[in-house]
Design a binder for this molecule. Structure first.
Ligand SMILES: Nc1nc2c(ncn2[C@@H]2O[C@H](COP(=O)(O)OP(=O)(O)OP(=O)(O)O)[C@@H](O)[C@H]2O)c(=O)[nH]1
Length: 207
């Protein structure tokens, strides 16, 4: 199959397990649709279609069912896709075969598949999602996702008082280790989701 993914803009969404990637997608996609954009979604999971199933259900009536897909990446070190983006590129190709009008494909993954999500062959723009509940010191540990992504999303701001995190310290540290933008979100009440949306649109569609 020829890979024609460059006919559509792509956004990679990575981050540790449970940081809020699926929740961010859940908040973002209806907004993108409301702005008239045709969107496809790919969820990378180690051995299941769980995230894709959840998203298909959440996007019922918003995104056609065949534009929400799961890529099973494999768990074992020699079969996991690691930095190989080909399964995701093939999925984007399948989307485009049926929906040539697509404007944007969002690709969610985490853990071991981070390198695939952030591979420039796959993602034109990268979001890295961390959670306040992982601790105040995550930004200053200078992980590659935190430093190198196009947009750093610090999610679950509502939990800060419960886990003893000072958001001002996280913001100072995040801006100290990276040049790009940082947005603090709460996916539960959709605080600052519009700001993420603006960065994605500016970064990938009007770049
Ligand atoms: N309090 C709070 N909880 C959140 C927020 N965002 C997500 N959650 C919760 O955190 C949990 C994990 O969220 P997900 O969106 O599934 O995280 P994920 O990064 O997609 O997880 P994996 O796909 O398993 O890596 C869920 O119970 C969400 O409801 C937030 O902003 N605040």
């Amino acid at each position: 199959m020829s890979l024609t993914h460059r006919d559509v803009a792509t956004v990679g969404i990575g981050g540790p397990v449970g940081s809020g990637k699926t929740s961010l997608l859940t908040a973002l996609v209806p907004e993108l649709r409301e702005q008239g954009l045709d969107v496809g979604v790919i969820a990378n999971d180690i051995l299941t279609q769980e995230d894709a199933d959840v998203l298909r259900e959440r996007f019922a009536g918003v995104v056609p069912e065949d534009l929400v897909a799961g890529v099973e990446t494999g768990a074992c070190p020699h079969t996991g896709i690691r930095e190989d983006p080909s399964m995701n590129l093939q999925q984007i190709d399948s989307f485009l075969a049926e929906h040539p009008e697509l404007d944007l494909v969002l690709v969610e993954s985490g853990g071991d598949n981070l390198a695939a999500t952030f591979n420039p062959e796959l993602a034109d723009y990268s979001l890295y999602v961390i959670s306040v509940a992982e601790g105040e010191d995550i930004p200053r540990k200078r992980g590659p996702g935190v430093v190198d992504c196009d947009l750093l999303v610090v999610n679950k701001t509502d939990l800060a008082p419960h886990v003893g995190v000072d958001l001002n310290v996280m913001e100072r540290d995040a801006n100290g280790v990276r040049d790009g933008p940082v947005v603090f979100t709460n996916c539960k009440d959709e605080t600052n989701i519009d700001e993420v949306l603006t960065h994605v649109r500016d970064g990938v569609l009007f770049a």
